[in-house]
Design a protein around this ligand. Sequence first.
Ligand code: SF4
Ligand code: SF4
Length: 175
Amino acid sequence: MPLSRKVLRWLFAPDPQPGRQCGGCVACCTTMRIADLEPPKPRCQHCPHEAQGCAIYPTRPNTCRMFECLWLSGRIGGDDRRRPDQLGLIFTIAQGSAGLEFLRVLEAWPGAGETARARYILDRLAQQLCFVFKRWDDPQSDTPRHELRGLGRENFTIWDTPTGFRVAQKVPGVY
Ligand code: SF4
Ligand code: SF4
C-alpha cells in the first residue's frame, strides 16, 4: 500500500461528505480572481458583494457558480473546523499540463498557512504529495511552497484518491 494512502484518508473523506454548505464562509470570494464580475475583482481582495454570504447570490457571476472547493464538495474529511474560513486553507483541484490534475492549496488570508493547525496539515501533505501552495502575498504566481523544485513527471506519480480525483504523489527520495 502506498504510504500516501494513509495521509489521503486522514485529510480526504473516504466518501463525499453530504450536506456541506458555505454558510458564512466567503474565503474563495476574497481569494479568487473573479474576471466576470463587473468590474473584475483581483485576487486577494474582498469582493464588494461579500456579506454573511453573497449579497447577489441569485445573479452571481459564472465563475462563482462554477467554483466548489474540496471542503464544500465533501471531499475533505472532518468537521466544520476544516471549512476554509476556519482553517484558513482552501483546497482545490487545478488542471496541470497534459490534462493532469493536482492539489492546490490557497491561503485564505495573510499568514493563514502559518498557524499551528495549517502548518501541521501542510507539512503532513508535503511529506507525501506534490501540491501547489499559493500564499496570499503571491497573487500572480502558482509558486508551490515545497514541491516546485524538480516537479516533473520523473519526480511524481499520480495517485487516485478514494473520492475520485487524482493527485501527484512524491517519489520517495527526490527531495
Ligand atoms: S471556500 Fe469553499 S466553503 Fe468557502 S465559500 Fe468558497 S466554496 Fe464555499
Ligand atoms: S459575487 Fe458573490 S459569490 Fe461571487 S465573489 Fe462576490 S460575494 Fe462571492
